[in-house]
Design a protein around this ligand. Structure first.
Ligand SMILES: Nc1ncnc2c1ncn2[C@@H]1O[C@H](COP(=O)(O)OP(=O)(O)OP(=O)(O)O)[C@@H](O)[C@H]1O
Ligand SMILES: [Mg+2]
Length: 327
């Protein structure tokens, strides 16, 4: 297994109290596999990614428990210097906002080349040639000319391609993409996603794709982990999950996506808001919003019940949900 995250807990200590942002998350990603992480704003997706990447805001953030095994080695036990080596060459990250992730005063060629100079000890000239190659790989037109341009001289979609090139430069085994296309318009989103999926297959990388967008997920992911209030509430192969969700929250997410075959019908919205992470409700944290909630849901926290091979749901009533009627 490439990455194996076990029982990860992250909290933030703030003046108002302790926010339990990640509460016992387990997931694994294999080489060549794409795991989509889905969930509403504030569910702990980025914090999980930051913990894996070793870029958590500490303090106020703190990993209070868990293990992050990368190729069998617990990253939480590494010293910062060793950790830095894993970042870039082992695990790379793509962020939502390329403009703030790239350095505005360095040409893109220098930024890409820097990776090869620093990590591979290449000469400036060779590094520049590799930068042009990479820009070609992510299909930036006229790469040889544009290598001297600065980030602001590129469109949003092209900048995102450059960030993908940066992430790919050291041929990492795992890429974490945190909402890599949300800042782009829809057609560009699709192109950038396709490119990322294609490169992932070609390099046989593991990919963790964090997104709100269920449409994107269906096309590119192998498995989905649905997060709610810092927990994974459903984990399943993509096809199974789309066929029939085993958690009412997943069902709510699926039903709130516009579908051609339900044209004219009113779009469903999950009622209410996600909980304040300083005061997560007892029992199942989704119960105040759940159309299926019973008494037991208010008192007993559901474990991740095994639903089928490679599939789990943290709902006491996963059977009813799986076989339940459409609402
Ligand atoms: N720097 C921080 N200081 C304090 N609390 C934080 C910090 N970063 C995250 N949190 C807490 O962790 C929670 C989860 O944040 P996270 O960024 O992981 O959400 P997310 O699922 O990525 O949401 P989004 O879809 O909006 O990106 C936040 O709601 C907040 O309570
Ligand atoms: Mg986020």
């Amino acid at each position: 297994m490439l990455l194996d995250v076990r029982d990860l807990h992250v909290e933030f200590r703030t003046r108002d109290g302790v926010a339990h942002a990640v509460n016992g998350v387990n997931f694994a990603v294999d080489a060549g596999e794409t795991l989509a992480v889905l969930g509403e704003s504030g569910s702990g997706k980025s914090v999980t990614a930051q913990a894996v990447m070793g870029i958590l805001d500490v303090p106020p953030g703190r990993i209070t428990a868990g293990r992050i095994l990368f190729r069998g080695q617990d990253l939480l036990k590494l010293r910062e210097q060793e950790r830095r080596r894993v970042r870039g060459a082992g695990i790379a990250m793509i962020f939502q906002d390329a403009l703030s992730a790239l350095n505005p005063v360095l040409s893109v060629g220098d930024q890409l080349g820097e990776m090869f100079v620093v990590h591979r000890g290449m000469s400036r000239k060779d590094a520049r040639a590799r930068a042009v190659d990479l820009m070609d790989r992510v299909r930036i037109p006229a790469a040889a000319q544009r290598v001297r341009d600065y980030p602001h001289q590129f469109s949003g979609g092209m900048r995102q391609r450059i960030m993908i090139a940066m992430a790919l430069s050291l041929e990492p085994a795992l890429i974490i993409a945190d909402e890599p296309t949300t800042a782009l318009d829809v057609t560009v989103q699709a192109q950038v996603m396709e490119l990322l999926a294609e490169l992932q297959r070609e390099y046989r990388m593991g990919l963790i794709l964090i997104t709100h967008d269920l449409g994107v997920v269906a096309d590119v992911a192998d498995r989905i982990a649905v997060m709610y209030a810092g927990k994974i509430v459903e984990s399943a192969p993509v096809r199974d999950l789309y066929k029939a969700p085993a958690h009412p929250y997943t069902r709510g997410l699926l039903d709130s996506v516009p579908r051609l075959d339900r044209k004219g019908q009113e779009l469903y919205a999950i009622k209410g808001l996600p909980p304040n992470l300083m005061r997560v409700p007892p029992g199942c944290s989704f119960h105040p919003r759940c159309p299926m909630a019973q008494d037991v849901c208010r008192t007993d926290e559901p474990p991740l019940y095994p639903v089928s091979d490679g599939r789990g749901s943290a709902c006491h009533f996963w059977r009813e949900c799986l076989h339940g009627p459409d609402h």
